[in-house]
Design a protein around this ligand. Sequence first.
Ligand SMILES: C[S@@+](CC[C@H](N)C(=O)[O-])C[C@H]1O[C@@H](n2cnc3c(N)ncnc32)[C@H](O)[C@@H]1O
Length: 278
Amino acid sequence: MGALRQNQTFRWQMNTDGPETYEKYIVPVWMADLVPDLLAAGDVDPGKRVLDAACGTGIVARNVANRVKPGGRIAALDANEGMLRVARRCATEAGAEGIEWFSGDITRMPFSDGEFDSVLCQQALQFFPDKAGALREMKRALVPGGRLALSVWGRAEMSPHVPVICEVFTKYFGEESTTIFRVACSLCNKELLHALVQDAGFSLIRIREGITIARHPCLAELLPAYFAGFPVAARIDALPEERRNQLFRDIMAGLEDYTENGTLAVPTEHIVLTAENG
Ligand SMILES: C[S@@+](CC[C@H](N)C(=O)[O-])C[C@H]1O[C@@H](n2cnc3c(N)ncnc32)[C@H](O)[C@@H]1O
């Protein structure tokens, strides 16, 4: 149990660079631990030609880069130029060489039919407006018999920070302020996910759940930084300072069972799907 101070204050600053914040606060806490599982599911081995679809700041591509050597290929595509800018820099810093970066929409990728042995897509399908079109395009980019491996978030109730944050946001701003969480968890229904992928023409579809632990050494630092990149940030910014501090204290209180000496460790459910092009 963490000791919650009644008068605790929080450093709040509106976000000026979403992709940098994503890389600093979302990737290490929520994304990095998902990668080994996705790479294993995606058949990522030396010599393989791999696409990281909707790569964000490139955490998956960076991990693939050295695994496909010698002889393989790693390409990474995202629609957001800011994400790609950070991705390029982080890859250089990490010594992950040879990643081919592409800017573009998932439904119209600049690749020929069958260019890849594996397409990986981590925590992005649920955000695409045209999910069926995205899956058909990922299939087109795969060689016959090639492997799709994707992950999406699981049930909100299996990731306790989600209901806690949603309850507090609803109290302060109304239910529509929680849309981002509803979208993030919108493919947690395995039957729905299976049908989507099957309808796109994939076969041998397998779906399983996994749990990772989202960790951060200082929840009081994480919360304002994390929300600064959310659509609700402007409304948090508009709150009087004391009410804003109270909002963060309310969330801290809701997460007390997952906080020890200020350190967050909260279970988070995800779903991994694998399928074959054929
Ligand atoms: C939650 S992030 C996941 C990023 C990355 N896969 C990771 O694991 O950190 C979702 C990503 O999907 C990208 N995205 C959303 N819609 C897209 C589209 N239509 N085409 C390509 N990328 C898209 C966003 O720009 C964002 O980088």
